[in-house]
Design a protein around this ligand. Structure first.
Ligand SMILES: [Zn+2]
Length: 126
């Protein structure tokens, strides 16, 4: 075996032992009765990895359900808001509320909303 081959063998061995070390540690801990430590550590690592993933998808699901895109009934400015909230239109600052996926004017109780109806001239002549 020449020098180069030996070096290659040595670095290869170092690589293998680096991969084997965690398994060796786990095996050692298991052998001295600390298998529960390994298990709880793995569960902890799993939770640390899984929790943000669940939180991310949960948040996306929640956003999908609660983000409502509609337009202001007063000035027809289109924007996005959260469901079941009260807010002011960013364009005309009219108080609005999200109901059934649409923006409605937040009129105080007792206010009668009158919508102007165009009356054709002929009906007045009759
Ligand atoms: Zn508006």
């Amino acid at each position: 075996m020449n020098q180069d081959n030996f070096k290659h063998f040595q670095s290869g061995f170092a690589e293998v032992s680096r991969w084997l070390l965690p398994f060796a540690v786990i095996w050692l801990l298991g052998a001295i009765g600390l298998g529960w430590l390994v298990k709880s550590f793995l569960i902890l690592v799993g939770l640390i990895i899984i929790t943000p993933v669940i939180a991310f998808f949960g948040f996306r699901w929640w956003l999908k359900r609660n983000l409502i895109q509609s337009d202001c009934p007063v000035c027809h400015h289109e924007f996005i808001s959260l469901n079941q909230t009260e807010f002011a239109c960013p364009s005309c600052s009219e108080p609005l509320r999200v109901e059934n996926g649409q923006f409605n004017r937040l009129t105080p109780p007792g206010t009668i909303d009158v919508s102007a109806v165009e009356v054709p001239a002929q009906t007045l002549d009759d």
